[in-house]
Write a protein that binds this ligand. Structure first.
Ligand code: GLY
Length: 401
C-alpha cells in the first residue's frame, strides 16, 4: 500500500488559527460543501453556503454512504488509495464530532463489507482480487462459504466464499446531510437553499465573490463544491474550470423487518451490485454507472440489472416491498479522482470531482480545504489532486501534449 500521508483533523493539527479569518462563499451544500463550511465556521470564518436546491439533496442524498476504500480498489485504481485510506481513518472521529456538534445521529455502522463469490468462477476471480489487495497491504480476509453463511444466513446457499473488508464501514448519508446542515448553522454558518449561484466574480485574476441573481456576494475566498454541476459555473477562465461531468447512477431501496434483517454487512456481488442494510430496515441496492448526461429517468434495464444482481445474492429480497427508486449524478473527473485545492484564479478553491467516493472522502476533503483556506498550506494528503494535473504538458520539442 502507498504511504498514507499525515492528515490530522484540523482541530488536532496544532495549527495557529488565530488572527483575522477570511470570509468564504461556498457553492454547493452537499456533504463536501457543508463539511468544509462547518470546519471554517468552527474556526471563526464568516461562511455562506449556496445551493440551487435543498442542502444535501443532490449526490449526497442519492449516495449509498459506503466508506469503501478497500472494496472499490481494483488493479489500476490504487493511486487514490492513500487519500481514501486517510479519510477512512478519519471517519470514526468525524462521525462522532458531527453528531456532537449537531445533536443528530449519522448511523455509522461498523460490521464491514463482503464481496461475495456466488459460484466457483466468482471465487477464482475474487481470489485474484484478494491477492492484489493483500499485496497493497489492505486489511482484507478470505472467508469460506461456510463462514459467509454463518455471518449472513440469508445469502444464496451456494455462496462459495467472500472477501471480507472489516474496515469498510457505512454511514447513513441522508442523516449525515441533516447533521452537517445543523452543525454548520450551530457554528454560525449561513446556508442559502434554493439560491443558485449564477457565476463567480473575478477581478484582476482573483475571485472576489459570487453572483446570485443581480446581487454580488463578496468573499475573500470562494469554494467550488457543486458536484456534477461544478464544470458549468459561469465566470471562470478555461484554466480554472474543473473537468467534471455527471455519471448517472440508478438505485432502489426495499424494506426489511428491522427486527429480523435479511442482511447486516454491506455486500457486493461480482457483477458490481451492492446491498447496503440500514439500521431502520431499509436495504439499498445500487448502482448503475452510466454516461447519460443529466438524464434523471429510471430505466427498466437499470432496475432489472439492480434487482437481478441483488436477487442472485439474496433470494429473499424478492418478497420485500420496494420503497423507493432514484437517480443520482456522481461528479466524475477525467481520472476519476477528486479535484482539490487552489487553481489559476487566486482565491478560488476547488473541492469537486469525488466521483464514487464523495461520502468516504468528506472528512479528508473538509480538513484539507479548511486548512488551505485558513493557513495557505496544502495538506500532503490532498496535494496530488490539484487541477494542474490535467494541464497540457510541454513535450521536449515544445509542443503541447
Ligand atoms: N460508491 C458507490 C457508487 O458510486 O455507486
Amino acid at each position: 500500500m502507498g504511504t498514507v500521508p499525515s492528515s490530522l483533523p484540523l482541530s488536532e493539527s496544532g495549527l495557529k488559527l488565530s488572527g483575522p479569518k477570511p470570509s468564504v462563499a461556498i457553492i454547493g451544500a452537499g456533504a463536501i460543501g457543508l463539511s468544509i463550511a462547518w470546519r471554517l465556521a468552527q474556526a471563526g470564518c464568516r461562511v455562506d453556503v449556496f445551493d440551487r436546491g435543498e442542502a444535501g439533496r443532490g449526490a449526497t442524498h442519492a449516495a449509498g454512504g459506503m466508506l469503501a476504500a478497500c472494496v472499490e480498489t481494483e488493479p489500476g485504481e490504487d493511486a487514490l488509495l492513500p487519500l481514501t485510506r486517510a479519510s477512512q481513518a478519519l471517519w470514526p472521529d468525524f462521525a462522532r464530532a458531527v453528531e456532537e456538534a449537531s445533536g443528530l445521529p449519522v448511523d455509522l455502522r461498523t460490521e464491514g463489507t463482503m464481496i461475495v463469490a456466488l459460484n466457483a468462477d466468482d471465487a477464482a476471480r475474487l481470489r485474484f482480487l484478494h491477492d492484489f489487495q493483500s499485496g497493497l497491504g489492505l486489511p482484507v480476509e478470505w472467508l469460506t462459504g461456510g463462514a459467509v453463511r454463518k455471518r449472513e444466513p440469508y445469502l444464496q446457499p451456494g455462496v462459495a466464499g467472500a472477501l471480507f473488508c472489516p474496515e469498510d464501514h457505512q454511514v447513513d448519508n441522508r442523516k449525515l446531510a441533516l447533521a452537517l446542515r445543523a452543525a454548520v448553522m450551530r457554528a454560525g454558518g449561513r446556508i442559502h437553499e434554493r439560491t443558485e449561484v449564477s457565476g463567480i466574480e473575478t477581478r484582476g485574476g482573483r475571485a472576489t465573490g459570487v453572483r446570485v441573481g443581480e446581487e454580488l456576494v463578496q468573499a475573500d475566498q470562494v469554494v467550488l463544491a457543486a458536484g456534477a454541476w461544478s464544470g458549468r459555473i459561469d465566470g471562470l477562465p478555461a484554466a480554472a474550470r474543473p473537468p467534471v461531468r455527471p455519471i448517472k447512477g440508478q438505485m432502489l431501496c426495499v424494506r426489511m423487518d428491522p427486527a429480523l434483517p435479511l442482511l447486516r454487512h454491506t455486500v457486493w456481488t461480482q457483477t458490481g451490485t451492492y446491498l447496503i442494510p440500514r439500521l431502520d430496515g431499509r436495504l439499498l441496492v445500487g448502482a448503475t454507472t452510466e454516461e447519460r448526461g443529466f438524464d434523471d429517468r429510471m430505466t427498466a434495464g437499470g432496475l432489472f440489472a439492480l434487482l437481478e444482481g441483488a436477487w442472485r445474492a439474496l433470494p429473499g429480497i424478492a418478497e420485500l416491498p420496494v420503497e423507493e427508486t432514484w437517480v443520482g449524478f456522481r461528479p466524475g473527473s477525467r481520472d476519476d479522482a477528486p479535484i482539490l485545492g487552489s487553481c489559476a484564479v487566486e482565491g478560488l478553491v476547488l473541492a469537486t470531482g469525488h466521483h464514487r467516493n464523495g461520502i468516504l472522502l468528506t472528512p479528508v476533503t473538509a480538513d484539507g480545504i479548511a486548512r488551505l483556506i485558513l493557513t495557505g498550506e496544502t495538506d500532503p494528503a490532498i496535494a496530488p489532486f490539484g487541477l494542474d494535473r490535467f494541464a497540457p504538458k510541454k513535450t521536449a520539442l515544445g509542443a503541447l501534449a
